[in-house]
Design a protein around this ligand. Sequence first.
Ligand code: HEM
Length: 398
Amino acid sequence: MTVADRWQINPQHFWMRGEQPEHPVSFDREKGFWNVYGYPEALEILSNPKVFSSDTSRLSEVRVDPELTEGNLVQMDDPGHGRLRRLVSHAFTPKIVNDLAPRIAELTHELLDEHAGRDRIELVSDLAYPLPVIVIAELLGVPSSDRHLFKEWAEVLFDPDNEITMNMPAEEQRRRMQEFVAKRQSIRDYFLGHAAERRTRPREDLLTQLVRAEVDGERLTDDQVVNFANLLLLAGHITTTLLLGNTVLCLDAHPDQAERVRADRSLVPTAIEESVRFLSPFALVARATNTDVEIAGTPVPRDQLLLVWVAAANRDPRQFADPHAFDIGRAPGSHLGFGRGVHFCLGAPLARLEGRIVLDILLDRFPKLRTDPDNPPVFRTNFEMNGVRELPLVARSG
Ligand code: HEM
């Protein structure tokens, strides 16, 4: 029995059971899109944004109001993407991220101290959820006490009912899109209020930097600031929550690797990378074909939706020796868990930093840290997300 059999993984994620796809690229007739599972194929797609566009919304018959999408980097192509990415990179520099290290450590201790004296923690609600959301809220400059709102919004954005497939009747697509837009309105209003305030009363925060950031005399519009802040808040925290939970889960499932990292803390960074490869929080990225192409010998016409399963590519034996083994000593650097190319995850340095600090502190504080046989982990079973929703642990400090 593989560890994945013990975990309630979405049954469509066959690679988690150690299975290989019949073909690295295949068309899903029922849903009307292509699945890409292979590593070289995924790499080719992510490295060629001229042919494989990130603006997948253009494939839908339902037009989305541009004010809702402007500034959403993940769905943009060049030249707009490059310009906006340069602008926001000015406000999201490696120094800004590295300077957060002491605050991340302090928050981690504070959150764990709230449960001191107990020998049970629920890693997700006690630490892995609140930590990244407080960090990103403080960075943006919005009150972290509003985090119950952010959690509701994240659930809205990743609600499986939002799924729109190419074969759905246009009327159904339109209805789902309208519902989704209505649900997002409160998020927009929230950030619009904050952005407007920063224009008149600047502060020392990322939102102020975003409203001020300038490249070639150009500034971000309110819509761009709002949609980008929204992207950072929501894409940034759910994925990092998953990363933290998944790392602890993977080490628990592989006690030899847990002992290895306890004995040699220089392995913490590679343990984090291996967790992103082995149990990738973001299972897929989407692209649209701009021209007729051939991928792995399969002709794919233009204007097709491709789901590039980076989580499956991360288990491709053509790229990774013994891909279904969790090995924290693996040479890092080639997994696709943070994407690749021009859209490579802007928040990867922050996610890695949080992962390293948290793992180090957990190992320091809890010589014994194990899943609780009476209270097993609960998984997210979404299509696109991978990992634990609840992770009850026996955590002993002595
Ligand atoms: C893009 C994964 C954490 C912000 C991406 C992409 C992936 C990804 C796969 C590429 C999307 C594509 O090519 O279409 C992850 C994972 C994370 C994580 C697995 C945690 C373990 C974060 C954090 C932030 C963030 C903490 C921000 C604070 C972004 C942004 C983009 C992005 C802004 C869009 C970049 C662009 O399109 O140029 N992320 N992410 N991510 N991520 Fe992350």
